[in-house]
Design a protein around this ligand. Structure first.
Ligand code: BES
Ligand code: ZN
Ligand code: ZN
Length: 480
């Protein structure tokens, strides 16, 4: 259900009226003397802790049956998102069928940061992947009480939250129901006014020299697909941004088979590509004034008699040859094709890619921070700023020429892994860099953050895919 957006006025009837406690203050909550006393007590209970909630039963004294207060705590780039998530989860737990959130009144600048956080926190937290369950999660409807002048901000924020949810929904699909063809049909379903979608299938991939994609895909009966989405919201002559995302619908490792434990999680190896679907959808919904191309190489990496092998030498889209040393390092092969294709066909302003590329990224940065690697310092600075705004944390890793030596092969132009375990995330990025000639490029390794892998993820990231990076790129594109 879309969020109902209303102007704050005389109190409307609601099962649950929610308000934020900032410091020890609540803005706009009008009650009587008795409830006022209870509110003061609740504020004490919350004690300024971000996300701590307290419920007050109004016993029919006002139009709201209950009041839910939530602490905002120290104001950060994430505090309203976290508080809104906690209050929404509490509302669902209480069992109401609808609740209203009062947006605190502040100046325009603060509101423009706070309102998106509140909408994102509320909507993202209540998402549940229950398509495959008979009994669905009950989800209460949300009403947002916000001044007229900020209602457009709220509506735009909802489009962003919806794009994240769309991304998660595709990313959470099981690998038996989500093959490269499924990714292609979902992309096609996005093609409406403003979005063009084309698909390159196996025979043509082979003919046109996408050697990385055909090699990785040849072990599965689910054939590889290259999805190309074009959203032209800018002027005709304006150079586009190219967005690339890895969509391995299932990564067994291939002949270099992965160990069995947790292999089910490799359905999330398509998360980078799913991000691109969500971002392009949001760009069209928000009518962003940029030309944006989404490229999604999608394959399934399976072992079998037709699989590619360690020792194979393949030719990538840009003409360079690659020696395969491990068939589990498949992401860089399909991405190298997609990156080179994107650069050649579109001469973009910049290329941005997302991939669950390396286990080494989790070793280095864990599950809260994505790795960022670039050939352009300015791009990194910009993304650092936007990541501050969206609270999707990134950390830059270096990529100088010394690392490029680590992927030199004795028998081909490059090899698909570095030496041993050293700098695994960087050597993977080095491989990607070698596929790009001169375009500013930035790569995000989202292996640790693309789905919930820790017992206590952020409250707005329910179990499963997170959509990490979708809000980041939308914020970046809006700012260009
Ligand atoms: N999809 C994996 C990376 C991954 C592993 C993401 C775990 C999230 C969680 C990728 O294709 C892969 O297997 N990479 C190898 C590369 C190695 C063989 C050089 C890895 O990280 O072990
Ligand atoms: Zn792999
Ligand atoms: Zn993979």
């Amino acid at each position: 259900m879309p969020v109902k957006i209303k102007s704050p006025g005389p109190m409307a009837a609601t099962q649950l009226l929610c308000a934020f406690v900032i410091g020890s203050k609540i803005s706009g909550l009008e009650t009587d003397a008795v409830i006022s006393k209870a509110v003061k007590q609740s504020i004490k209970e919350i004690g300024g802790k971000t996300g701590k909630t307290s419920v007050i039963n109004t016993l029919g004294r006002i139009k709201a049956q209950r009041i839910l207060l939530v602490g905002v705590g120290k104001i950060t780039n994430d505090s309203f998102r976290l508080a809104a998530a906690k209050l929404s989860l509490k509302a669902r737990e209480i069992g109401v069928s609808e609740f209203s959130i009062m947006v605190p009144e502040t100046d325009k600048q603060d509101s423009s940061m706070m309102i998106p956080q509140i909408i994102e926190g509320a909507k993202m937290s209540l998402y549940a992947f229950d398509d495959y369950k008979v009994k669905k999660q009950d989800t209460p409807d949300i009403t947002l009480l916000v001044a007229g002048s900020m209602q457009k901000t709220a509506r735009d924020a909802e489009k962003v939250a919806d794009a994240v949810i769309f991304t998660r929904q595709v990313a959470n699909m099981p690998p038996n129901d989500c093959t490269p063809s499924t990714i292609a049909s979902i992309a096609k379903s996005l093609a409406k006014t403003g979005i063009k979608c084309s698909i390159i299938s196996k025979a043509e991939l082979k003919k046109r020299g996408f050697g990385g994609m055909t090699a990785v895909g040849q072990g599965s009966k689910n054939e590889p697909k290259l999805v190309v989405l074009e959203y032209m919201g800018g002027s005709k002559g304006q150079k586009p941004f190219v967005l690339v995302g890895k969509a391995v619908t299932f990564d067994t490792g291939g002949i270099s088979l992965k160990p069995g434990s947790n292999m089910d999680q490799m359905k999330f190896d398509k998360c980078g590509g799913c991000n691109i679907l969500g971002i392009i959808k949001a760009a069209a919904d928000l009518k962003i004034k940029q030309n944006i191309i989404g490229i999604i190489p999608s394959v399934e990496n399976m072992p079998g008699s037709e699989s590619y092998r360690p020792g194979d030498i393949i030719k990538l889209y840009n003409g360079k040859t690659a020696e395969i040393l491990n068939t589990d390092a498949e992401g860089r092969l399909i991405l190298a094709d997609a990156l080179a294709f994107g650069e050649k066909k579109y001469s973009p302003k910049a290329i941005i890619d997302f991939a669950t590329l390396t286990g080494a990224c989790i070793v280095a940065l864990g599950n809260e921070v994505a790795a960022m690697i670039t050939n352009d310092k300015k791009l990194a600075d910009k993304f650092r700023t936007h990541s501050q705004r969206t609270a999707e944390d990134v950390w830059e890793l270096p990529l100088n020429d010394n690392y490029m030596k680590m992927i030199e092969s004795k028998v081909a132009d490059v090899k698909n892994m570095g030496t041993g375990k050293a700098a695994g995330t960087i050597t993977a990025a080095a491989f990607l860099k070698s596929a790009i000639e001169k375009t500013p490029w930035i790569h995000f390794d989202i292996a640790g953050v693309a789905w919930t892998q820790t017992p206590k993820p952020k409250p707005y990231n329910p179990s499963g895919a997170t959509g990490f990076g979708v809000r980041l790129v939308i914020d970046y594109l809006k700012g260009q």
